[in-house]
Design a protein around this ligand. Sequence first.
Ligand code: FEO
Length: 167
Amino acid sequence: MAMDAKLEAAYNAQITMEYGSAYAYLAMGAWLEAEGLPGMALWMRLQADEETEHALKFYQFVLDRGGRVELGAIDAPVADFERPLDVFRRSLQQEQAVTASINELYALAVQSNDFASIPLLDWFVNEQVEEEATVQQIIDDLERAGDAGHTLLMLDRELGARQPEED
Ligand code: FEO
């Protein structure tokens, strides 16, 4: 069954948002790398890859449903930060905005009885819980580290151990 036009537009907006997230994470990674924090930079690069995967999940879904993919413009991301803590705080804000957007998509899918959307959106609802929790944990660690340089370096090593996600 073809998708409701409003829902299709919302999916297209979501594709652009996920690519926007990837772009923002790349900018964060570049800043962290330049600050001498390669572990955190790698974490951001892998996060950018995940966001690209998210965009492609929506992209493929729209196509599988016989819809039209329309990619929107992406704003230049924020590229300058005060300190690593600000980078991860910004990341959390971004994830909260994505969560709100997924929730709206869910509501729209339910409203238009688009049952095929439910398993896909359930996956994203869970993914957002995980992403917000992960970033919140890093923020907590960074807050605890304060100005202690050695703790920051330890955290950098820890985050640098992140592996690409398999799905
Ligand atoms: Fe695709 Fe981090 O939300």
